[in-house]
Design a protein around this ligand. Structure first.
Ligand SMILES: *Cc1c(COP(=O)(O)O)cnc(C)c1O
Length: 375
C-alpha cells in the first residue's frame, strides 16, 4: 500500500501546474535570475496582502531571523528571550551571533510563549523577545508587546508557521501575524503554508529605518553597489522562487481555509475521546494549522505511531527533543524546572497529516484508524 503523505505538494501542484510551469519558464527565458522584476513584484504583493509597509525577501526563514537580530543591532552577550518549544532555527541564529538565548516555557494549551514566564525571564541584559507562532496560531502578542514596551525590548515574530493568520486585538482590530512586532520573519520552505519550490524567506516591518538596515544587511551591507557600510550577508530570494510564490499567494487564504476545514473534521472525530486533546483555538488569533497537533493522555505514543504506520499513515513529533535539551544548547540551561510544560509537551504531542489537499474521506480514514488504537 502506498502511504499517505504528511504534506501533499504533488496534488497541490497539479491544480496550478499551468501557471507554475509558465512562471518558471518565463524567468528562465528572461534570464533575470537574481533580483529580477518577479522578486520586487512578489514583495509588493505580499506587503499588500499582509498590510505591512515593507517586505524584504531573503534566502530562507533562518536567514530572516538572523538578519532580524543583526538589524536590531544586538551585541554579543545581549539576552534574547525565546521558547525552547520551537524549531531549532529560532535559537540557532541567536547563538550564532554570540547573543544569549534565554528559554521560557510555553502555555500547555496554545504551545506558545507563556506571558508570566516571559516577565520573569527579563534581566537588565535582555534586549529582544522572539515569540514563535507555533503550529499556525499566534502567540499572545498584545500581552507580549505590553511587556516589551514596559522594558524597552524589541519583538521579532517568528512567523514561519503562521503566515496568513490574523491576530485579533482586544478592541476587535486585526493584523496579520508577523506585522505586529518590530520585525516579522517567515519561511517559504516548500511544506510551509506559503511554500516555494526550494528555499525562500522574508522579513516584514512597518519601521522605515529598520527596513533600510535590513535591506542592506541582506545585501552584503551595501545600498550602493561595492560600498559597504555594514557587515552583511548574502541572502536573496531568487526570481524563480518569487515567480512561483506570485502564483501561490492568491491561493494562500484558500489553502489556509482548507487546512482549517480538515482541522475541524479531525476535532469532531476526536471530540468523544478523553485520551486526546485537540488543538485549542485561542480567541486572540485565527489558526492556519501549519501542523495539526494532538496531546495524548495515557496513550502509548510509540505504539500509536507504529499502528498508524501499519496503515500507511505518517505521524510526526514536532519536536522530539526541545532545544534546551539538544546537545548544542543544553549547556545554556542548568536548571530546567522553569521549562516543565515544554518537557511535558514533548512527551505527549503528536502531529497528524495536515495540508491544503486533505480530503474529508482521508481525514476520516486517519481519525478512524487512530481511534481504533484507543479501544
Ligand atoms: C521552518 C522554520 C524556520 C526556518 O525556516 P527555513 O526556511 O527552513 O530556514 C524557522 N522557525 C520556525 C518556527 C520554522 O518552522
Amino acid at each position: 500500500m502506498k502511504g499517505l503523505p504528511m504534506v501533499d505538494l504533488a496534488s497541490q501542484y497539479q491544480k496550478i501546474k499551468g501557471q507554475i510551469d509558465k512562471a518558471i519558464i518565463d524567468v528562465v527565458e528572461s534570464t533575470a535570475f537574481i533580483n529580477g522584476p518577479e522578486v520586487k513584484a512578489f514583495s509588493d504583493e505580499l506587503a499588500n496582502y499582509l498590510g505591512v509597509k515593507h517586505v524584504i525577501p531573503c534566502a530562507n526563514g533562518t536567514d530572516a531571523l538572523q538578519i532580524a537580530m543583526m538589524g536590531l543591532g544586538l551585541k554579543p552577550g545581549d539576552e534574547v528571550i525565546t521558547p525552547s518549544f520551537t524549531y531549532v532555527a529560532t535559537v540557532e541564529v541567536i547563538a550564532l551571533l554570540g547573543l544569549v538565548p534565554v528559554f521560557v516555557d510555553v502555555d500547555p494549551d496554545t504551545f506558545t510563549m507563556d506571558l508570566s514566564a516571559l516577565e520573569k525571564a527579563i534581566t537588565p541584559k535582555t534586549k529582544a523577545i522572539v515569540p514563535v507562532h507555533l503550529y499556525g496560531q499566534c502567540a499572545e502578542m498584545e500581552g507580549i508587546l505590553s511587556i516589551a514596551s514596559k522594558h524597552n525590548l524589541a519583538v521579532v515574530e517568528d512567523t514561519a508557521q503562521a503566515i496568513g493568520a490574523d491576530y485579533i486585538f482586544k478592541d476587535g482590530k486585526k493584523a496579520k501575524a508577523g506585522t505586529i512586532g518590530d520585525i516579522g520573519t517567515t519561511s517559504f520552505f516548500p511544506s510551509k503554508n506559503l511554500g516555494c519550490y526550494g528555499d525562500g524567506g522574508a522579513l516584514f516591518t512597518n519601521n522605515d529605518e529598520l527596513a533600510t538596515v535590513i535591506r542592506k544587511i541582506a545585501n552584503h551591507g551595501q545600498e550602493v553597489r561595492y560600498y559597504h557600510s555594514l557587515v552583511g550577508v548574502n541572502s536573496r530570494l531568487d526570481s524563480i522562487q518569487a515567480a512561483i510564490l506570485r502564483v501561490k499567494l492568491p491561493h494562500l487564504d484558500g489553502y489556509n481555509d482548507a487546512r482549517r476545514n480538515a482541522a475541524d473534521l479531525y476535532d469532531k472525530a476526536f471530540a468523544p475521546y478523553e485520551q486526546i486533546s485537540t488543538p485549542k483555538r485561542a480567541d486572540y488569533s485565527t489558526h492556519v494549522f501549519h501542523q495539526y497537533t494532538l496531546k495524548l493522555t495515557g496513550v502509548n505514543r510509540d505504539g500509536l505511531i507504529a499502528h498508524l504506520g501499519e496503515h500507511g499513515i505518517p505521524a510526526m513529533l514536532y519536536y522530539p527533543v526541545p532545544v534546551h535539551r539538544q546537545e548544542a544548547y543544553k549547556h545554556l540551561t542548568t536548571d530546567e524546572s522553569h521549562l516543565k510544560n515544554t518537557n511535558d509537551l514533548t512527551d505527549v504531542v503528536l502531529s497528524l497529516p495536515m495540508h491544503s489537499e486533505l480530503e474529508e474521506s482521508t481525514v476520516s480514514f486517519i481519525s478512524e484508524t487512530l481511534i481504533k488504537f484507543l479501544k
